[in-house]
Design a protein around this ligand. Structure first.
Ligand SMILES: [Fe+2]
Length: 375
């Protein structure tokens, strides 16, 4: 704010001189004008906080002059200096809110000084309110700006996290696939077997309208169902001739070995039981192993994998035979539905086969479980 300045307007020079004398010792600039037009000009060059005007002047009345001041400089505090004869005009002006105070002629020096002090305080307060409003507005703008930046940052971070999540999921699946390939590598004839079982099983699970997380678990359990074969002697696994009873017992260990391999892995804990029970029979008969669970006791992914595993094994070439036709597969599934296979799983598989025919067993090397789930 500029230094305190008051402008007096009066056509009587003596009055202006008296006012100047009165305020000489006070810490304020005192400007004087004997005509309203001169006063308006002066205000353009010298900012003042307070204007004190006489009412009765030849050129323009005080009320009209102060109205012009108000229009051009709305922040200036306006005071009227008037004799008793013009009191009514001045009081009206006060009532209309056009002027701040009235000083009567002849004035009392102390009262005049007090009124001026109030006028300067009023001007300071108005100025301060205006400044604070401005600060508030600027801070609001800044806040809005910060909010916008923050929103953009949150969007960026969310995108980065989603990308990281995607990368981790891909790495997770790649790791599991590498493991499943290691299992199949024990036997040249089973190359790709685990991957195909995973794909067939997830197709059946999706046909049964299971939620995405279940389909994903079925796929992963399919990839890993024979992981326990790592713990079975190669000689037994690749033996082309009929297995002895002992050798068959050894093979039958693989679901439990697989379970023991996967169980300690935190993110495969759900998958471990599915692997353990993928050779159980639906009827709970002793042809199933290792625990002879029946019906719903057998984890759903295990029941699905059993069908997918059978289909894959039958349609693949073996050292002693070519892959069998789908007709043979269908009759085998029919034959063992309700004993070995869960009828609902068998039904879903047969539905898929009806619809897709050979397409069901066609191998897509680019199979991606996550885009498959989204379809
Ligand atoms: Fe198996």
């Amino acid at each position: 704010m500029h230094e305190p300045t008051v402008l007096f307007v009066d056509d009587e020079i003596n009055i202006l001189k008296a006012l100047q004398r009165l305020l000489r010792a006070d810490e304020m600039n005192v400007l004087c004008a004997s005509r309203p037009s001169e006063a308006l000009e002066l205000l353009e060059r010298h900012p003042a906080q307070v204007v004190v005007s006489d009412q009765r002047m030849p050129e323009l009345s005080g009320v009209d002059f102060l109205a012009q001041v108000r229009e051009r400089h709305p922040d200036i505090v306006r005071i009227m200096l008037t004799g008793y004869t013009e009191m009514k005009v001045a009081v009206d002006a006060i009532n209309r809110g056009e002027i701040f105070r009235l000083i009567t002629k002849p004035w009392n020096d102390d009262e005049l000084k007090a009124t001026l002090r109030q006028a300067f305080d009023h001007a300071t307060m108005k100025h301060e309110i205006k400044r604070l409003n401005q600060v508030t507005r600027e801070q609001n703008f800044k806040l809005q700006d910060m909010n916008r930046n923050l929103e953009a940052k949150v969007r960026d971070r969310t995108k980065q996290v989603a990308e990281k999540h995607e990368q981790l999921r891909t790495a997770y699946i790649q790791t599991i696939r590498a493991l499943s390939e290691a299992i199949d590598a024990k036997d040249a004839y089973t190359r790709g077997h685990s991957e195909r079982v995973g794909v067939y099983a997830s197709k059946i699970a999706r046909e049964m309208s299971f939620p995405k997380d279940v389909i994903e678990r079925v796929y992963i359990a399919g990839l890993l169902h024979d992981v326990g074969k790592i713990g079975v002697r190669d000689a037994v696994i690749t033996k082309p001739d009929r297995l002895t009873a002992e050798e068959y017992d050894e093979i039958k260990q693989h679901p439990e070995i697989g379970y023991r391999i996967l169980e300690p892995v935190e993110f495969l804990r759900d998958v471990a039981p599915c692997v353990r029970h993928h050779h159980e029979w639906y009827d709970g008969s002793n042809r199933g192993y290792p625990d002879r669970l029946r019906g719903d006791q057998i984890p759903l992914p295990s029941r699905i994998i059993l069908v997918a595993d059978t289909v894959e094994a039958m349609t693949s070439d073996r050292p002693y035979r070519k892959g069998l036709s789908l007709d043979k597969v269908v009759s085998e599934i029919h034959k063992f539905t309700g004993t070995q296979f869960d009828p609902k799983v068998a039904e879903a598989f047969l539905r898929l086969l009806d619809r897709d025919g050979d397409g069901f067993v066609q191998h897509d090397s680019k199979f991606d479980i996550y885009s498959f789930i989204q379809d």
